[in-house]
Design a protein around this ligand. Structure first.
Ligand code: UT7
Length: 323
């Protein structure tokens, strides 16, 4: 029997405060028209003083546990993707662990910026398939607003805060249409550090730093890298693009999402788009979009879904799964 990692529940959380483009235009010299035209973003959420990556991650995790109908104490692995942890250490995963009563299980963070959720999912899937764990929480959670330079209009209008979580369970089946993760492909290329980074860190400036991005250069790499990793992962899975029910892309820019779908010949009515509501929530964007589409009934059990993301590093990746 083949052991696969099956999604048995999803959840998400957003900060209470929603911030429109009109509000951003009071902070920097920009306009609703420019932001919508260049990125597709209309709204984002910013965490208040009592909201952190840890509180958002915990809320999303608890909702995923309720959706799965299981208790937190039955989780034996937590992998959390974030680039904006509450503390430099310990890992945010251990904060979630304590809040959901899964004390004692494996819990750690991964750092792959906007591709973080894909990296976390690939890691958890490998650990589940090799028997190191049986039920995992995989979380993407960010408070990007804490590392935005609100004097840089080229970046501060593009990001938002939020969290998304899934519960993965190891299940055995040899059925051709078995649920679970089918294939994952991940990449990184450290040659492009200066195109997208944060200008600080514990070991250099001793500060957290702020996001710096050469947006139009990142844009070109994003469309090419995403189209090629999608082709790679579909080939690994032996699946034609036409068989895909839904693509859940990283939500950085509507034009990147449309450009990638076009390269693969995928119609936009099979692509989940939330960038207008959430902006770029980095590692949280894919699980946030997934949860939204599961809860509104678009993504259904048994359907073929592709997840993809690209971010700082550069890092990029894609996963094919049957819900
Ligand atoms: O999640 C990680 C991956 N990140 C991404 O995938 C982001 C990729 N990049 C992008 O999404 C786009 O490049 C942006 C949305 C960031 C920018 O769009 P663009 O079409 O590439 O614009 P640009 O950077 O080439 O800037 C065009 C103009 C510039 O003015 P000049 O030099 O042409 O006079 C900018 O100064 O737009 C100006 N500009 C703005 N104007 C109004 C930059 N930011 C703003 C702003 N409001 N917020």
């Amino acid at each position: 029997m083949t052991r696969r990692s099956v999604i048995i529940g999803t959840g998400s959380a957003l900060p209470a405060r929603a911030v429109s483009n009109a509000e951003m235009a009071k902070i920097v010299e920009t306009s609703d028209e420019w932001i919508v035209d260049r990125s597709g973003i209309r709204n984002r959420h910013f965490a208040g003083p009592s909201e952190t990556t840890g509180t958002l991650a915990t809320e999303a995790a608890k909702r995923a546990l309720v959706a799965a109908g299981i208790d937190g104490s039955t989780i034996d692995l937590i992998v959390l993707a974030t680039t904006t942890p509450d503390q430099t250490f310990p890992a945010v995963a251990t904060i979630v662990q304590n809040e959901i009563g899964a004390n004692g299980c494996v819990a750690f963070d991964v750092q792959a910026v906007c591709s973080g959720f894909l990296y976390a999912l690939g890691t958890a899937d490998a650990m589940l398939r090799t028997g190191m764990a049986t039920r995992a929480l995989v979380i993407g959670a960010e408070t990007m607003s804490r590392i935005l330079d609100f004097e840089d209009r080229g970046t501060c209008v593009l990001f938002g805060d939020g969290a998304g979580a899934i519960v993965l369970e190891a299940q055995e089946s040899d059925a051709a249409d078995a649920r679970g993760i089918i294939a994952t492909k991940l990449h990184a290329d450290g040659a492009h550090n200066e195109m997208l980074n944060v200008d600080g860190g514990p070991s250099t400036t001793g500060t957290v730093g702020k996001i710096r991005m050469r947006g139009n250069q990142v844009f070109k790499h994003a469309v090419n890298n995403l189209a090629s990793v999608l082709s790679e992962v579909l080939e690994m899975a032996g699946i034609e693009p036409a068989a895909i029910d839904w693509v859940v892309p990283h939500q950085a820019n509507a034009r990147i999402i449309e450009g990638t779908a076009k390269k693969l010949g995928l119609p936009m009515d099979r692509v989940i788009m939330t960038v207008d509501q959430h902006a770029n929530t980095s590692a949280a964007s894919v699980p946030l979009a997934l949860d939204l589409a599961v809860r509104d009934g678009r993504i259904k059990p048994g359907q073929l879904v592709v997840l993809e993301a690209m971010g700082g590093g550069f890092t990029w990746g894609a996963t094919v799964l049957r819900m």
